[in-house]
Design a protein around this ligand. Structure first.
Ligand SMILES: Nc1ncnc2c1ncn2[C@@H]1O[C@H](COP(=O)(O)OP(=O)(O)OP(=O)(O)O)[C@@H](O)[C@H]1O
Ligand SMILES: [Mg+2]
Length: 265
């Protein structure tokens, strides 16, 4: 099982949307057994996947897999471990923080034979949930928006004293591979084009190289509608959804290939 975490302390950049859409991609297009863990108390991913009704909702919730060393789930082709209200209590128990990360790691070890891919959605706070996810993950992906504030936040994303990806790679999780930054909600305005250009100049190694250019996902109301309906965007049943799905596909293919996950009959 390969574990990927969607991380960025900036809110609203598309962590949950890309986690859900990639989960559908792995399940429906690559035919993989998929586990999604929602560590965000806002529960946007849980809500979307519940609404869509495609995923099986596990009996246990994500605060339990952090807090309970014996937490387990039944196997199925596509499982959601939903967020719950207790997630906000997690940060307030610093003496348990090491245990939370160990419990999550042990849980992933117990279910590793039942799933091919695990996607972890995180909350936009530099706290133990985000840290625990980065400590146990094989891969991290950071959606961003092409505005100055988000670009300025890249330093923190990499070097934040607690949850900076580079710091975690250098200390507790050397196997963590940072796949890169994926500009999301991209609009081809002169402002965003300039920001994209500045980003490519400043951090070329952090963008995901594609043929041609870099991985990015355009702004499309179909993606927001698909999230509200809990569906894969390509199954929204309208042209804009199929178009958005067609545009996302090469980006998802590239990410899957970087994770060495491919179609299985
Ligand atoms: N490419 C896109 N085009 C249009 N809307 C999008 C796109 N990506 C995400 N959205 C929408 O933008 C909003 C914020 O996205 P999302 O909830 O995925 O961000 P997030 O990073 O998970 O936020 P938070 O940090 O609060 O958890 C949602 O309504 C989502 O449906
Ligand atoms: Mg979210």
């Amino acid at each position: 099982m390969k574990t990927i975490v969607f991380a960025n302390q900036k809110g609203g950049v598309g962590k949950s949307a890309l986690a859900c859409q990639m989960a559908y991609y792995f399940h429906q297009i690559l035919n993989k057994r998929v586990l999604v863990i929602d560590l965000d108390h806002q529960r946007n991913t849980s809500k979307a996947l519940r609404t869509g009704g495609i995923a099986t909702v596990a009996a246990t919730t994500s605060s339990k897999i952090l807090a309970d060393p014996a937490a387990n789930i039944d196997r199925a082709e596509f499982v959601l471990v939903a967020g719950d209200g207790d997630l906000i209590k997690i940060e307030k128990k610093p003496t348990e923080h090491n245990a939370y990360a160990s419990n999550l790691l042990a849980f992933l070890g117990r279910v590793a034979g039942d799933f091919d891919v695990c996607l972890i959605d995180t909350n936009p706070n530099p706290d133990i949930r985000q840290l625990a996810a980065l400590v146990v993950a094989d891969y991290a992906l950071a959606p961003i928006e092409l505005n100055q504030e988000a670009i300025d936040g890249i330093g923190d994303l990499l070097n934040h004293e607690n949850i900076g990806i580079r710091r975690i790679q250098a200390t507790i999780n050397p196997k963590l591979v940072f796949l890169g930054i994926v500009p999301n909600k991209v609009e081809l305005t002169p402002f965003q084009k300039d920001n994209f250009h500045a980003l490519a100049q400043a951090h070329p190694g952090l963008l995901i190289a594609m043929e041609p250019g870099f991985a990015a996902i355009k702004k499309s109301t179909a993606i927001a509608e698909a999230q509200a309906a809990g569906l894969p965007v390509w199954k929204l049943g309208k042209t804009s959804g199929r178009d958005a799905g067609r545009e996302m596909r090469p980006v998802f293919d590239k990410i899957a290939s970087l994770m060495e996950v491919s179609y299985a009959a």
